[in-house]
Design a protein around this ligand. Structure first.
Ligand code: NAD
Ligand code: UDP
Length: 337
């Protein structure tokens, strides 16, 4: 059985579906602080398999001990955490508490239970503000622009130290670039609370008329069209990346992988791609740069391809179409509630 923390969240729910569809038994631990219990039924509906659900906090050591006691857990995928970059600047203690202390609680429960295989949800942000793209796994971690990014780097270091102390550990550090899109079934996707901070949910809410217009933060960056460049990947491809990364845990060590497509797309190109794929206008206006944004970064995707045989299979159009389907599903769900 695989223990998946944060499994009712955006990325975790897609990982749960992928694991169940591949025949794994899955237990989810989530405190529902940024997700909804209905996601469990939706995961089960898509996968046509049951999942075990624990409603609880990853910092609850006695709950963790009982989960490890009650099930034969082979590996853990740790997605639970706080992820809003701007919020982390305002409330850094919450980020160090949930992201760092939460990981300490999880690892110490694993150690006590003799479970030493872990995949960790890290982020491209650990490469830091000075790194030159493409980001390669051999680059050292840099200085992050936010407590969120720092918390991810701290957990990476903690996991490296854990392996140094006990070489039976197998740790997979997965550095996500910009996951977008939703499951093609339309049953699961990202559920931003309030106004979204991220580009893709913002675009789709503008297209749906929930928000009046998109502000494109900055048109004077040193990029082809002056807007920021990121490496967007489909969340289903990201979930598949976790399933295949579990295989590297058979080998003890610290395994670092970028999960990105290997190419960058600008904000303006994203808006144009959405309009071209969906045929709905997205009113936008240029606004000043957003504090803390980097001009451009994307992944070197060759290590994951070489070692894991992982390559994102979804197109930019898939990302747009699946985002839009999910937007319509969420609109309907809101209207009927
Ligand atoms: P999400 O907020 O949708 O999912 C995180 C889940 O963790 C939520 O369901 C939330 O309820 C749960 N959670 C939060 N605190 C918890 C706690 N103390 N105990 C138990 N559960 C808790 O976020 P996501 O986008 O699915 O991100 C998943 C992971 O991937 C996070 O660690 C995030 O930092 C990382 N990540 C996300 C992105 C991204 O763009 N979405 C990029 C890089 C890394
Ligand atoms: N962005 C934007 N308007 C928005 C949200 C985001 O122009 O309403 C830009 C943002 O400046 C960045 C890119 O879109 O250049 C991706 O932002 P997101 O927050 O999705 O990802 P991250 O900044 O974490 O890479």
């Amino acid at each position: 059985m695989i223990l998946l923390t944060g499994g009712t969240g955006y990325i975790g729910s897609h990982i749960a579906v992928e694991l169940l569809q591949a025949g794994n038994e899955v237990a989810i631990l989530d405190d529902l602080s940024n997700s909804d219990k209905s996601v469990i039924e939706r995961i089960q509906h898509i996968a046509q398999r049951n999942v075990i659900f624990y409603h609880g906090d990853v910092r609850d050591s006695s709950l963790l001990a009982s989960i490890f006691q009650d099930h034969h857990i082979e590996s853990v995928i740790h997605c639970a955490g706080l992820k809003a970059v701007g919020h982390s600047v305002k409330d850094p203690l919450a980020y160090y508490d949930v992201n760092v202390y939460g990981s300490i609680c999880l690892c110490s429960a694993m150690q006590k239970a003799g479970v030493k295989r872990l995949l960790f949800s890290s982020s491209a942000t650990v490469y830091g503000i000075e790194a030159e793209p493409p980001y390669v796994e051999t680059m050292a971690r840099g200085v992050s622009s936010s407590p969120y990014g720092t918390s991810k780097g701290m957990v990476e270091k903690l996991l490296e130290d854990l392996f140094a102390s006990d070489p039976q550990w197998s740790v997979g550090i997965l550095r996500y670039f910009n996951p977008i899109g939703a499951h093609p079934s339309g049953y699961i996707g990202e559920l931003p609370q309030g106004t979204p901070n991220n580009l893709m949910p913002y675009i789709s809410q503008v297209a749906a008329g929930v928000l009046p217009e998109l502000l494109i933060y900055g048109d004077d960056y040193a990029t082809d069209d002056g807007t920021c460049v990121r490496d967007y990947l489909h969340v289903v491809d990201l979930a598949i990346g976790h399933r295949v990364a579990l295989t590297v845990l058979e080998e003890p060590g610290v395994h670092r992988y970028n999960l990105g497509t290997g190419s960058g797309i600008s904000v303006k190109q994203m808006v144009d791609a959405f309009v071209a794929s969906i045929g709905v206008e997205v009113p936008y206006r240029y606004a000043p740069r957003r504090e803390g944004d980097l001009a451009a970064f994307w992944a070197s995707a060759s290590k994951a391809e070489r070692d894991l045989g992982w390559q994102p299979g979804k197109t930019l159009e898939d990302m747009m179409v699946d985002t839009w389907r999910w937007q319509q599903f969420s609109n309907k769900a809101q209207q009927s509630s």
